[in-house]
Design a protein around this ligand. Structure first.
Ligand code: BGC
Length: 341
């Protein structure tokens, strides 16, 4: 069976090769239809991230899956559309024991296609029934967005939890970065009724306007202050800048990653005075637990109905598995690998 594999830590080692197609009795056999590619996959292919399963020297890539169940059983029926939860319990911390491996306290979790667990970039995969999430058939191929949407839903859930520690009525939000994650966050915040400004380097982003948000090309324009800032560009300087863009009681959430070896600057009074006197907060968010997946799938359905065609536009490039390099290089939105039609 064809799979996209990589040797973690070895740049340029990604290749399509044959792997074992065995599915255990306790697992649900899932035929992979489509697989989203993201910045994390790019980092793994560049040798900067990723861990192979214990005792193996390669990792099957892929964590944003849309698949179809091959055989009745374990509570699923042949033909059901599904996605798979990425992060699995470390088995020895409170958060994982409480069903929140997204908040794992040890870092010993495993993640499909990223850390210690093979991913979904293959034609057929066996999955534990309790790690599968049903995708409604009306969503169809848009179900491939379930994973990134779950991460964004989780981030906004945490923004509300952090902001809600004190009386708060957030109205205005800034999203920095307009890649797939920035667009999904923009859509989610619009669904929740926020006035949204989305800012990025490109001169225009029609999808932002389609959702009733304002698009601003990054520059010197004074955008005013915000109740919520979500940093999706993966830029450490923008992450630091987020604090200075907050209203009193405002919350900044970081969901991009910037692993560059660098120092960033932050005005002393912004952190030393305003953050304290204005009860502002800045925090990071990663991954998602099952309730975020379910809320994300529901939100995708609402986006599909509210802005017809927009999510299809976001899924800007579909290529076969052998063209994984094109998918990884794509910056126009979300690129996917098509494993089965
Ligand atoms: C994935 C998350 C994962 C994170 C860190 C992201 O690309 O969407 O599920 O937790 O990478 O590995």
């Amino acid at each position: 069976m064809k799979a996209l594999v990589v040797e973690p830590g070895v740049a340029g080692s990604a290749r399509v090769e044959d792997v074992d197609a065995h599915v255990a009795e306790a697992e649900v056999p899932v035929r992979v239809l489509e697989l989203g590619m993201c910045g994390t996959d790019r980092e793994i292919v560049e040798g900067l991230f990723g861990v192979a399963p214990e005792g193996e020297d390669f990792l099957v890539l892929g964590h944003e899956v849309l698949g179809v169940v091959e055989r009745d059983g374990h509570g699923f029926a042949r033909g059901d559309l599904v996605s798979g939860i990425v992060r699995r319990s470390c088995r020895h911390c409170l958060a994982c024991a409480e069903g929140s491996p997204d908040s794992c306290l040890t870092g010993d979790y495993s993640e499909r296609g990223i850390t210690r667990l093979h991913g979904y970039a293959r034609e057929l995969v066996g999955e534990a029934p309790d790690q599968l999430v049903p995708i409604p058939c009306e969503l169809g191929r848009l179900g491939v967005l379930a994973e990134p949407t779950s991460d964004c839903v989780r981030a906004i859930r945490h923004v509300r939890a952090v902001g809600g520690r004190q009386p708060w009525a957030p109205q205005r939000a800034l999203v920095t970065g307009a890649g797939a994650i920035g667009i999904l966050v923009t859509f989610l915040l619009r669904l929740e009724g926020f006035d949204v400004v989305t800012s990025s380097l490109e001169p225009a982003k029609p999808l932002v306007a389609e959702a009733g948000a304002e698009y601003v090309q990054a520059g010197d324009a004074d955008l005013g202050l915000f109740d919520v800032v979500v940093e999706c560009a993966g830029n450490a300087q923008l992450m630091a800048d987020a604090l200075g863009r907050l209203h009193r009681g405002g919350v900044a959430c970081l969901i991009g990653i910037d692993g560059r070896d660098q120092r960033v600057s932050l005005d002393g009074r912004t952190i030393g005075v305003d953050t304290v006197l204005g009860n502002r907060a800045l925090f990071g968010s990663v991954n998602a637990r099952r309730e975020d997946w379910l809320a994300g799938i529901d939100a995708l359905d609402r986006m599909r109905r509210r802005w017809p065609g927009a999510l299809e536009q976001l899924l800007g490039l579909r290529v076969p598995i052998d063209r994984f390099a094109d998918a990884l290089a794509y910056t126009g939105g979300k690129a996917t690998l098509v494993l089965s039609e």
